[in-house]
Design a protein around this ligand. Structure first.
Ligand SMILES: [Zn+2]
Length: 306
């Protein structure tokens, strides 16, 4: 029997997906962050007896050739070949899927992108991520990085006039001015601090914006402008039918409407209906996406039918 996992910095959640339909959480255990043996034991405790294959949704970068992981929020996984190391420890086949890709797959097959050709799903939360599907299949690309639109400088110190007054933030990837450094929840907070000299949480900033506060309105204007400019180029490149959003900031529907209208104003093709919207699986993309991936990888005999 297949087990699908959604592993975050707080919990390991799991499901036993059926051959079709929605994944229902079967249980959860706290995520061991610093001990590899504890991490393996926690996963083992979630497997059925006898154990079957596992598909795991995990935030992080996984080198397509070497399998080496860069998982910022779970230090004991850093530098490991997570899939093959886990497979060896647990004695079952293990497949890892990046959390943005899992969300994209969930939206493409069962969510806002069901029946549509091209889905570009984005995450606006602790970082800016994305995943791309075409006709219900993931497009992973060279090195597995397809969809990662958050990196590569978009705020250029030399672009005088167009973005004057916008500070240049360093990004975790080593570059300066990446969208990830502005478009994440933390980026929004840094932007507000740089523009107005006040420390507010992302939720305080959006709340102040809703209440008509002028400083917060300016911050949101800059934030949505930066994000929409970058997104409009992605839209022109990929021609997505829909852009479902997950991550902490996706809970603010007004913010998404602002990003949607600014983006649609900048794209070459006309979109008559909203393009950027909160994903059906904004809260559960990992578990659903891992379950769909499991169906694509493993034979039906590994799934319960009811
Ligand atoms: Zn970067």
């Amino acid at each position: 029997m297949v087990t699908s996992f959604d592993i975050g910095g707080s919990f390991i959640r799991f499901a036993r997906p059926l051959a079709a339909g929605l994944a229902v959480e079967a249980g959860r255990v706290p995520t061991p962050l610093n001990s590899w043996p504890d991490f393996v034991d926690a996963l083992r405790s979630c497997l059925p007896d006898p154990a079957g294959p596992a598909v795991i949704s995990l935030a992080g970068a996984f080198d397509a050739e070497t399998g080496l992981a860069d998982v910022a929020n779970i230090p004991c996984l850093h530098g490991r070949r997570v899939a093959s190391d886990l497979s060896e420890e647990l004695g079952v086949p293990v497949q890892i899927i990046n959390d943005a890709n899992a969300f994209a797959l969930a939206e493409a097959v069962d969510g806002a992108g069901a029946g549509k050709d091209t889905v570009f799903a984005i995450i606006l939360g602790s970082g800016v991520g994305g995943g791309l599907t075409h006709k219900g299949m993931l497009v992973t690309g060279h090195g597995g990085i397809a969809g990662e639109w958050g990196h590569g400088p978009v705020v250029d110190p030399t672009a005088a006039g167009t973005l004057s007054g916008i500070p240049h933030f360093e990004c975790g990837c080593g570059q300066t001015g990446c969208l990830d450094a502005y478009g994440s929840a933390r980026g929004l907070e840094k932007l507000h601090q740089a523009l107005h000299g006040t420390d507010l949480s992302s939720i305080q900033i959006t709340s102040a914006w809703h209440a008509g506060d002028l400083d917060a309105t300016k911050t949101i204007d800059v934030y949505t402008t930066l994000l929409s400019r970058a997104l409009s180029m992605v839209v022109n490149l990929l021609g997505p039918d829909v852009i479902p959003v997950s991550g902490g900031l996706s809970a603010d529907e007004e913010l998404l409407k602002e990003i949607d209208s600014k983006t649609r104003a900048l794209t070459l093709a006309a979109y008559e209906t909203p393009l950027v919207l909160r994903g059906t699986f904004a809260d559960n993309g990992g578990l659903q996406g891992a379950s769909i991936q499991a169906r694509k990888t493993f034979k039906e005999e590994f799934f319960l039918t009811s």
